[in-house]
Design a protein around this ligand. Structure first.
Ligand SMILES: [Zn+2]
Length: 203
């Protein structure tokens, strides 16, 4: 075992990880761990490393399942709930355009036949192969080179006299005729992982 201040080898870390997999801590141990980590300061360097790591790694399906299992039935404090609500609010939310929420219209456009056709045309042109890593035979998505949300913004500006709620159906019909939505050149076939990474880079 390394002494205090000494760095652990990757093998030792892996051994610890393996041995603690699936282990359940008692409430007392958990509380002890919590207490020992309270006030534990993470250096700038470590913090930066954590952020970098997060950018590179994406969660495997199994990992996601575990997180979701762990979160099930968890009761969040009012404060935590508010914090989450606030960070999703307003301009920080991708469905918030021109000062309004337009989740429904956005969804309606993405459910039109034209949207499905656009997507399958992009896939066909790219031979169903991820244009970033070259992988094929896996789940693929159509990436918008110019973000869908930006095209949506332009579209709404063009028809700003119409109301997103009241004239939703009219706007949906107009969207079908709005060429920028359906440019095949604006689409790119990507596998799920590459798509997530592309989105992170453009954030
Ligand atoms: Zn890929």
């Amino acid at each position: 075992m390394p002494r205090k201040g000494q760095k652990m080898s990757i093998e030792s870390k892996e051994r610890i990880r393996q041995s603690s997999l699936g282990r359940k801590f008692s409430d007392i141990t958990r509380e002890k761990l919590r207490q020992s980590l309270l006030g534990h300061k993470v250096s700038e360097d470590t913090r930066r490393k954590i952020v970098e790591n997060r950018k590179i790694k994406h969660l495997t399906e199994e990992w996601k399942m575990n997180i979701s299992k762990g979160n099930k039935g968890k009761i969040r404090s009012e404060e935590a709930r508010m914090k989450y609500k606030m960070c999703q609010k307003g301009a920080k939310n991708s469905q918030y355009i021109n000062g309004k929420y337009c989740r429904k219209l956005d969804k309606n456009i993405r459910e039109t036949k034209e949207y499905l056709r656009w997507r399958s045309d992009v896939f066909k042109r790219d031979n169903y192969i991820c244009q970033n890593c070259g992988i094929s035979g896996c789940y693929i998505e159509a990436h918008h080179k110019k973000a869908f949300v930006l095209i949506f913004e332009d579209f709404l500006k063009e028809y700003q006299s119409l109301d997103m709620k009241i004239d939703k159906d009219v706007l949906c019909l107009l969207a079908v005729r709005y060429k920028p939505f359906w440019e095949i050149d604006n689409g790119l076939t990507l596998c799920r992982n590459c798509h997530i990474n592309t989105r992170k880079r453009s954030d």
